[in-house]
Design a protein around this ligand. Sequence first.
Ligand code: BGC
Length: 273
Amino acid sequence: MSSQPDQTATAPETTGDAGPAYLGIDVGGSGIKGALVDLSSGKLIGERNRIATPHPATPKAVADVVAQLSDSWPPSPGGVQANFGCTVPGVVKAGLIKTAANIDPLWIGCDAASLYTGATGRNCRVINDADAAGLAELRFGAGAGRGGTIAVITLGTGIGSALFVDGHLVPNTEMGHFEIDGRDAELFAAASVREIEKLKWKEWAGRLNRYLEGFNRLIWPDLIILGGGISKKADKFLPHLHLDVEVVPALLHNDAGIIGAALVASEDSRPTP
Ligand code: BGC
């Protein structure tokens, strides 16, 4: 069954003075989103397309949606690049998926890079979703121009983490999975938990504070950037956080994964993480 995009893409043939456009696709628990990105500014070019994540979200079903999105922006000489980037919410080592905390277990051991490349007919580079969001925030968002140790924590269905030391990514840190009171931290403090358990903002912020305290005790970063869709509502929970580290909301919100995926697609010389 093919799903219909929520929006119609306006895909330009070229990007004018902005340089080549890279396609980034972000695979999330509820939606798979794609857009062209101008990497000189970090801005999306035209609309983004979103197709609901299929259920079950098996590798084949997700690859079909990725191919449908890829077809919205075909490569063009001097315009849309043939390479594209795609995120996966799991550990990615050399294109292979190693964990599946919030995705179908069939993903474990899957060569996602080859799967997407085969499904779309264009070369795909794959990166963990939080690492992609982190790359985007460091280049174009709340971490731009900052050095030292920076953590980007994404709060969504699960908790993702991206760690940077003087701008260099330490990939696959998976800091959503240390234990709090004997349970996986993301089951205690992810944004989804607020909704599932119908927690008041202050109550959830208390849990987030506890999570970030634990995180800080392990990593001691200079800055924590809080991302995910919930970062748009930072005024509801940030005032309740009391931590011995600077904490700021992300600036790119839900577009960070798309922009980070496009960044990875543009880095031809870099091995797939
Ligand atoms: C996964 C991470 C992912 C995060 C956010 C976690 O459950 O283990 O790989 O980055 O969710 O999607």
